[in-house]
Design a protein around this ligand. Structure first.
Ligand code: SAH
Length: 363
């Protein structure tokens, strides 16, 4: 496991790294009037453009300077693949230093969800997750995280996604990486996503889900942010013996501790915590485990999201049999625990949970 990301050269500073106050300072330092920061923010967060030629309310020279200094290209699209008639779209991005990440846009009748990466690779080493197998390359910057959403928002606004022009309504930190291991950059990104336009994208915090393996100190910190984010806890086993192997960070913070941190999060934020549980055939899908899970979490502000295991390269594990999945659901329901089985959008393009490996396309 790698909790602290390797030190690497940092991506260029970008508007989306900065709070409004920091943007005004940065603009002033470039010799421009501070209110130009507001104009630039409007172009980026509201009009979703980074093309200086269209920023006609800015003097030509200022435009170029501000765009060069504050809107550097951070993400280059390497490949896009779609499925579900274009409603699911996975993008492979190259970062400035060659690191690769992926994001997934999923359009539903009532919402558009962007699944974003927070790290290039991941240090958590969960054996059933493709991202975990290659290890951690580096943390992403706040702007690199935000840019994934802005790119999706831009494609939607331009009508590039079937269904007509639309907006990003939901964000899940369920792409590559462990968001709570890159806390500062992730919280910066959350602020940019939730700040009302033109300061940010104006997305409701309730519609943003941060998914974590369970880094207890970070969950505790998150509880105190005063933001009604949805917390998703990747539990995958109710007992330490199995969870130690499925989610190796469990050797550091045990099931009881991580659940305690989750209840604390629910108490402080009044938000229902989502327990993620990938159902793996004959590994964690026994009825007695459902029963144990039910006993651990009943009567709490909680919801269980069962994820049929998505296939990953080289893994010997597969999704549970349908009858075992049904029995698992039933057992949880007997404890009065709300439970849903997640759809596996993007499975055929390796864009579903745990499948993001950012492999360079095999041409
Ligand atoms: N590191 C964070 C966020 C990324 S993964 C976390 O672990 O929570 C998003 C979700 O997909 C997690 O719940 C993760 O456990 C789950 N997942 C990983 N591999 C999977 C697979 N092969 N099939 C189904 N879900 C998987």
């Amino acid at each position: 496991m790698t909790l602290v990301a390797p030190r690497r050269a940092k991506p260029a500073r970008h508007l989306a790294d900065l709070s409004m106050a920091e943007r005004r300072t940065a603009v002033a330092e470039l010799g421009e009037k501070a209110f130009r920061a507001d104009q630039l923010s409007r172009h980026y967060f509201e009009r979703l453009t980074h093309d200086p030629a269209t920023m006609t309310d800015l003097p030509a020279a200022a435009r170029e300077r501000l765009a060069t200094e504050l809107l550097p290209t951070l993400l280059t699209s390497v490949r896009e693949i779609t499925c579900d008639d274009g409603m699911t779209r996975k993008t492979l991005w190259r970062l400035f230093d060659g690191a690769m990440v992926e994001s997934v846009l999923m359009r539903y009748p009532e919402r558009v969800t962007m699944c974003v990466s927070s790290q290039a690779g991941c240090g958590m080493n969960c054996p059933f997750c493709a991202t975990g197998q290659a290890g951690l390359t580096r943390n992403m910057s706040t702007a690199e995280i935000v840019e994934q959403v802005v790119a999706g928002a831009r494609a939607l606004a331009a009508g590039e996604v079937p269904g007509g022009p639309g907006r990003v309504s939901n964000i899940v930190f369920m792409g590559m990486g462990e968001p709570m291991a890159n806390y500062k950059a992730v919280m910066g990104a959350v602020r940019r996503m939730t700040d009302p336009a033109p300061h940010g994208l104006g997305i409701s915090a309730r519609n943003i889900t941060v998914s974590t393996v369970g880094l207890v100190p970070a969950i505790t910190k998150l509880s105190a942010e005063g933001l009604p984010l949805t917390l998703a806890l990747s539990l995958h086993a109710p007992d330490d013996e199995l969870r130690d192997t499925l989610v190796p960070i469990n050797t550091r913070w045990k099931v009881a501790e991580v659940l305690e941190a989750a209840w604390e999060y629910a108490r402080v934020t009044k938000r229902r915590v989502s327990i993620e549980y990938a159902l793996i055939k004959d590994v964690n899908d026994q009825e007695w485990r459902a029963d144990l899970l039910g006993r651990l979490i009943k009567n709490r502000l909680v919801h269980v999201n069962l994820i049929p295991l998505n296939p990953t390269p080289g893994s010997k594990w597969t999704a549970s049999r349908p009858q075992d999945e049904r029995a698992f659901v039933r057992r949880l329901e007997e404890h009065g625990v709300p439970v849903t089985v997640r759809d596996t959008r993007g499975r055929e393009i390796d864009g579903a949970c745990g499948q993001l490996a950012a492999a360079t396309p095999a041409e």
